[in-house]
Ligand binder design. Structure first.
Ligand code: PMV
Length: 310
């Protein structure tokens, strides 16, 4: 039996970094980009092999190192399901989610792999279980992740998230449109998160105040989204971006893209995810998709995804 499952990308609308320190954050799935896992039966006794098609790598479950993320999610999932012997199968992973750019590619790949394996073994994984399994692997990628990526990707719906708590359901009263622009600069989350931790350790008062202000913006953004007050979101994005600059995770490229989006008429813009590189989000009206995308490209964006949220 051939099985194909997938998991979406995501963006953090508000609250990255502060979320690691207990403040809330809001993230939404981005369904245009996905990680896909396709399972085919393998040769009898051949065990389980994982083909990372985009990377040109093949891994065998029996001899991959313990901390290899692709086989780690497989081992964790098999243990969780109480399955002692992995099926003889080949799982091929493909992803259209840009790597190391704040769109959750690692969590989506893990999520697709875990779901594919469960289906192959005739089992089902609920979003809570799936999220917990992917979180274990996120720790290998990111060190001290908040858990927001695995949550939004496993639940495949917008989440208002506080570390260590179940995601709070929230309602998008009026859909809105985002242009997501990629700087083309890969920025490992682990490094940005570790730098912020060092800066926080050096000046806790200042950083706690910055995180508090981010937390207030997230709450205001949640209210605005639930009330359908899209106009309020632009200034909140701008303010969150400014705070991320102060936290020390923006970059000249991200600031240039944010300025270009605003100058082209976007209602607001901010970096999303770990920062330093990766993606920028700009809030736009649907009729601005072309003009803002052109301005972003002229300012250096490598690729642009326009997506509707809600
Ligand atoms: O780069 P991303 O999208 O994986 O975002 C990381 C978000 C942080 O808040 C910086 C870290 C975390 O674990 O929440």
């Amino acid at each position: 039996m051939r099985v194909t499952v997938s998991a979406p990308g995501k963006v953090i609308l508000f609250g990255e970094h502060a979320v690691v320190y207990g403040r809330p954050a809001i993230a939404v799935p981005v369904t245009q980009v996905r990680a896909t896992a396709e399972v085919e039966p393998g040769s009898a006794g051949g065990g389980l092999r994982i083909v990372a098609a985009d990377l040109g790598r093949t891994l065998s479950l029996v001899d991959a190192p313990e901390d290899e993320p692709l086989t780690a999610i497989v081992r964790l999932t098999l243990a969780h399901l109480g399955i002692e012997t992995a099926p003889d199968a080949v799982i091929t992973i493909r992803s259209t989610i840009p790597i190391a750019s704040g769109m959750g590619s690692g969590a989506a790949v893990s999520s697709a792999l875990a779901k594919a394996l469960a289906v192959t073994c005739g089992r089902d994984l609920g979003p809570e279980e799936l999220s917990a399994l992917v979180f274990e692997v996120e720790k290998l990628y990111h060190g001290t992740p908040s858990g927001i990526d695995n949550t939004v990707i496993a639940y495949e719906r917008p989440v208002y998230f506080i570390k260590g708590q179940p995601p709070q359901p929230f309602h998008i009263a009026h859909p809105f449109t985002l242009a997501i622009a990629d700087t083309g600069i890969a920025s490992p989350t682990k490094i940005a998160v570790a730098d912020v931790r060092r800066a926080w350790q050096a000046d806790r008062d200042r950083y706690e105040r910055l995180f508090d202000r981010v937390g207030e913006i997230v709450q205001a953004a949640r209210r605005a989204i639930e009330e359908g007050n899209v106009d309020a979101l632009g200034p909140l994005l701008d303010e969150n971006h400014r705070l991320l600059q102060e936290i020390g995770v923006s970059s000249a490229e991200l600031d240039r893209l944010a300025g270009a989006a605003r100058a082209a008429g976007a209602q607001g813009a901010k970096l999303c995810g770990a920062g330093r590189g990766g993606n920028l989000i700009a809030l736009i009206r649907p009729d601005q998709a072309r003009s803002v995308s052109e301005a972003l490209r002229a300012a250096g964006a490598r690729s642009i995804i326009v997506t509707q949220v809600g």
